[in-house]
Design a protein around this ligand. Structure first.
Ligand code: SF4
Length: 202
C-alpha cells in the first residue's frame, strides 16, 4: 500500500500540483467543497493511494471539523457519504472512475468565486496566481514572470511543468548526480505530477 491515510495526508500536500493544493486549502478553509471540487479532489486522492475507508474518514473529518461551514456527522452521512463511496465505485453501478487528467479538468466549467476546482494556471487572475506561486516558493521575478506569461498564453500544462522543475530544482539535480533518470516530459495529469514529486524524494 502507499501508506497514505486520513491522518498523514497533509504531509503529502507539497507533492501535489497547484490544482490539488488549492482544493486541499479550500476544503480546510471552508470545511466543504462544492461538487466539481469534490469530484476532482476525491478521484485524485484515490489515485495517490488513499483507499475507500481512509477517504471516507478524511472527508468526514474535513466536513465535520469545527469551524465555518462545518456540518454534523448526521448530515454528512445523509448527504455526502454516498457521493464519496460512489467515487470509489462502491455504490451505484460499481463503475471504476479514473482520476481526471489535465485535459478532463480543463474541459469542465471553470470555477466561480466560491469554488476551487479547475486548473489554477487557467482560472486564476495574474495577481492571484502570482501570489499562489510565491507561496510554493517561486520568488525569482524572472521565472515567476515566465510562468505567468505561459499561463496567459493558454499554455497551462507547460506552466505547470515549469513550476514543477523550479520548485524541485535541487532534488532534480541531486537525482541526476546520482545517475537516476528524471522524467522531463510535460505534465498531463495531476497524479503524474504527484508521482514524479514522490520519485524525487528517493
Ligand atoms: Fe493541475 Fe494539470 Fe493544471 Fe497542473 S496543468 S495545475 S496538474 S490541471
Amino acid at each position: 500500500s502507499s501508506g497514505i491515510n486520513a491522518e498523514n495526508i497533509s504531509q503529502f500536500v507539497s507533492d501535489m500540483p497547484l490544482c490539488m493544493q488549492r482544493l486541499m486549502e479550500g476544503l480546510q478553509m471552508n470545511h466543504h467543497l462544492r461538487y466539481g471540487g469534490r469530484q476532482e479532489l476525491s478521484l485524485f486522492l484515490k489515485g495517490i493511494g488513499l483507499n475507500a475507508e481512509e477517504a471516507l474518514k478524511f472527508w468526514q473529518q474535513q466536513f465535520t471539523a469545527a469551524g465555518p461551514g462545518s456540518m454534523t456527522m448526521e448530515k454528512f452521512n445523509k448527504e455526502y457519504r454516498y457521493n464519496f463511496r460512489h467515487s470509489y465505485g462502491l455504490e451505484g453501478g460499481h463503475i471504476r472512475y479514473k482520476p481526471w487528467d489535465c485535459r478532463t479538468i480543463l474541459s469542465k466549467p471553470a470555477p466561480n468565486k466560491s469554488e476551487f476546482h479547475g486548473c489554477p494556471y487557467r482560472d486564476l487572475r495574474r495577481g492571484e496566481l502570482s501570489f499562489q506561486l510565491q507561496k510554493l516558493g517561486l520568488v525569482d521575478d524572472t521565472r515567476l514572470g515566465e510562468v505567468l506569461d505561459l499561463s496567459e498564453k493558454g499554455e497551462y500544462q507547460t506552466a505547470c511543468t515549469k513550476v514543477f522543475e523550479l520548485v524541485n530544482r535541487d532534488k532534480i539535480d541531486s537525482c541526476l548526480k546520482q545517475g537516476l533518470k528524471v522524467d522531463e516530459s510535460s505534465i498531463v495529469h495531476p497524479n503524474q505530477y504527484f508521482d514524479r514529486s514522490r520519485y524525487l524524494d528517493q
